[in-house]
Design a protein around this ligand. Structure first.
Ligand code: ATP
Ligand code: MG
Length: 490
């Protein structure tokens, strides 16, 4: 008798009326399985076969959760617990790995409690073409299994994609520096990666504690800017930092692996303290933000962090903290994230400052109207020593040319303009007129989409709050793993 027939007979024998068997194309992964029968991960049940010193056991867990092996060992009262090899599974039970059925008469079963939260669950029926759909308590009747609590929300995406974590402070609208530094990469990578975009409202408060209204309102501006540049809220998970309090917990665990001196030497922190005139009194919340940001990255155990160059020291700090945590507790669990920099140096401000910043009053915003854009382009810092169009000009440090390099795709034209500028054969006005045209073409579709987004603020906020719940679940899993490593998990 095949495994499928054994299961069908058992269902009949027990008189279970609400159980159904569903046929579909062959599937061998959880993701394929979930797609084949059109259910979400929390309604999927996987059957895992383990080998212990007492023999083989079957374990049922939800597809959106992962097993905490220490908890499972405790429940089973065993010391060793290893996944059975594909050969062992095939030879002893006749199942193909990837299509293991929920029941085999010779196995003792354990079921994770979280399955009981679902009405109907969907699992393998014994071959790669058939699923069984049933209430979790009926599965327990079939297996005579033991219930226990031995899983946490899955920290790795079930889809197997690598993860991105990146984000912004809600301190105003987004500008073209953000676009080139990070937004462009986010849009390009949102299919290939499982992407999380953080709205860092707690970090925004760290130097704006007295201006909470501005921070709150800026969240909606960021949401509109994301939509405008092409972030797809169904592909990328946008979330709000304050809705994921696990970040504070993870921050505290990480804080043991860095020093006050190390933060003091962080070049970005030094610059920002100076820029904000905080030399005499730096809020502690601001001072610790590099580590809190490492905690943001680790909330989803991200692999890649697309950011502007000003964040490079933060990524380095995160990598070092991860190495120290993993080596101290002899785990490999935390990932060392890679930074991905959209530009080699920060996009400079229109005033000549080496960084365009939303708090620096020197930005061209994605939402700037044509008129405002024109005004700003014509006011950009050029060569201060040049008095007339026939003077030989300098291109280096000249913001008009820095923007041409970034936004003008006609590289030949840019080289020609630079040559004429150096030779004193072109005026600032002509250089800027062309720049305005180029930047306006770039901003026009973004402006149009932003108008649409402005009518969707509530919907976008709702999506961000849903996203926050998802991230909270993932972060809980990471924090629990860290607790286990540090021997503080009870
Ligand atoms: P604030 O002045 O409030 O710090 P900001 O303009 O620096 O605002 P953030 O929210 O701190 O913006 O940064 C968001 C992201 O944009 C980060 O990845 C940062 O590295 C990037 N970024 C910010 N400014 C620039 C810039 N001028 N050029 C390139 N990337 C930038
Ligand atoms: Mg910043």
């Amino acid at each position: 008798m095949s495994n499928l027939e054994v299961l069908q007979n058992r269902v009949k024998e027990l008189g279970l009326k609400e159980v159904s068997f569903v046929k579909h194309g062959a599937v061998f992964t959880v993701e394929e399985g979930v797609r084949a029968v059109n259910i979400s991960f929390e309604d999927g049940v996987s059957t895992l076969i383990f080998k212990t010193e007492k023999g083989f056991v079957g374990v049922h867990r939800r597809d959106d959760r992962k097993i905490l092996s220490n908890e499972l060992k405790k429940l089973m009262g065993v010391k060793s617990l290893n996944m059975a090899t594909p050969e062992e599974v095939k030879n002893n039970f006749g199942f193909t790995v990837g299509a293991v059925g929920v029941y085999h008469p010779s196995l003792k079963y354990y079921m994770d409690e979280s399955l009981l939260e679902r009405k109907v669950i969907n699992g393998g029926a014994g071959d790669e073409f058939t699923d069984i759909q049933l209430a979790p308590k009926d599965l327990l009747t079939i297996t005579r299994g033991t219930i226990g609590k031995f899983t946490a929300p899955s920290e790795r995406s079930v889809s197997g994609k690598k993860r991105i974590l990146t984000g912004d402070r809600p301190t105003g609208k987004m500008h073209v520096g953000h676009y080139m530094g990070t937004l462009k990469n986010r849009v390009a990578l949102q299919d290939e990666y499982e992407q999380f975009i953080l709205i860092a409202n707690i970090h925004a408060l760290s130097d704006n504690a007295d201006n909470p209204q501005m921070v709150k309102e800026s969240i909606l501006e960021l949401l509109c800017d994301y939509y405008a540049v092409g972030i797809d809220f169904d592909k990328s998970t946008v979330y709000i930092q304050s809705e994921v309090p696990e970040v504070h917990e993870i921050f505290m665990y990480l804080a043991n692996f860095t020093s006050v001196q190390q933060i003091m030497h962080n070049p970005t922190i030094k610059t920002e303290i100076k820029q904000n005139n905080m030399e005499e009194s730096t809020p502690l919340g601001f001072f610790v933000y590099p580590i809190h940001q490492a905690a943001d990255i680790l909330c989803v155990n991200a692999d890649l962090v697309p950011v502007g160059k000003d964040q490079a020291p933060m990524i380095e700090d995160t990598r070092e903290i991860v190495r120290k945590f993993n080596s101290t507790y002899k785990v490999k669990y935390l990932h060392q994230p890679e930074g991905l920099y959209g530009v080699a140096t920060n996009v400079p401000g229109i005033d000549g400052n080496s960084k365009m910043g939303k708090s620096l009053n020197n930005a061209i915003y994605l939402s700037d109207s044509e008129e405002v854009l024109r005004k700003k382009v014509f006011s950009v810092y050029t060569d201060p020593n040049r008095k007339s169009a026939t003077d030989k000009g300098t291109v280096e440090g000249n913001i008009a040319f820095a923007y041409h390099d970034l936004f003008n795709e006609d590289k030949q034209q840019v080289e020609e303009l630079k040559r004429r500028y150096r030779e004193g054969r072109i005026g600032d006005v002509e250089v800027k007129e062309i720049l305005f045209k180029v930047m306006n073409e770039f901003l026009t579709p973004i402006r149009e989409r932003r108008k649409v987004a402005e009518g969707m603020k509530e919907e976008l906020l709702r999506k961000a709050l849903e996203g926050s719940k998802k991230v909270r679940g993932i972060a809980r899993g990471v924090a629990d793993q860290m607790k286990e490593a540090m021997l503080i998990k009870y």
